[in-house]
Design a protein around this ligand. Structure first.
Ligand code: ITT
Length: 192
């Protein structure tokens, strides 16, 4: 009934709290808990490392998300390296870098991927994955969301993820889908 949300990303916290609000779980932040270095080469590895580190340190069930943007014309980059793409320090710098890398490329197709892992204190893990396909614009639109949201229009939509409310983004996004699968698995149940 109480879980630690193991992320230092305020945008993720907002989306996770909104998505899981129907579950009867108390979601706690990490406080000053340091996050492990993300040395994995898959979302699953990195999400498991973050969730396990928090579960072990806090002695409680922990939830972590590892996610990224995979751009076709860039061979799937930045993928698991999305948070530090081009060594650029801010979301804005990384968005500009992505636009530079895509300049002149006709294929603007991309997808977001999210892997959400619940780690229990006994070492048991549950893993959920969600994806959303779409296209990268030539410039940013919208003030909401975080990361690459201002550049990304999901298939079937006209607005970027940054032009949507948290609830609208949740209904179609990679993280929303992963969290919906988690909710489905826990309907009526408790995490510990
Ligand atoms: P934590 O590890 O503390 O959770 P982080 O931001 O470092 O936070 P990741 O390592 O999973 O998280 O990196 C994911 C990056 O991918 C994130 O920083 C964004 O640049 C991008 N990203 C992931 N989900 C996104 C979303 O919903 N909208 C926009 N960009 C997203």
């Amino acid at each position: 009934k109480r879980i630690v949300v193991a992320t230092g990303n305020a945008g993720k916290v907002r989306e996770i709290e909104e998505a899981l609000s129907d579950l009867n779980w108390q979601l706690d932040g990490m406080g000053a808990l340091p996050m492990p270095e993300e040395t994995g080469v898959t979302y699953e590895e990195n999400a498991a490392m973050k969730a396990c580190a928090a579960a072990i340190t806090m002695g409680r069930t922990a939830l972590a998300d590892d996610s990224g943007l995979e751009v076709e014309a860039l061979g799937g980059e930045p993928g698991v390296y999305s948070a530090r793409y081009g060594n650029r320090p801010t979301d804005l710098d990384r968005n500009m870098y992505l636009l530079e890398r895509l300049r002149g490329k006709a294929n603007r197709r991309a997808k977001f991927v999210s892997v959400v892992i619940l780690a229990y204190p006994d070492g048991h893990l549950e893993s959920y994955r969600g994806e959303v396909p779409g296209v990268i614009l030539e410039g940013p639109r919208g003030e909401g969301g975080f990361g690459y949201d201002p550049l990304f229009v999901p298939d079937g939509e006209t607005r970027t993820l940054a032009e949507m409310s948290v609830a609208e983004k949740r209904a179609i996004s990679h993280r929303g889908r992963a969290l919906a699968a988690l909710m489905e698995a826990h309907r009526g149940g408790e995490p510990e």
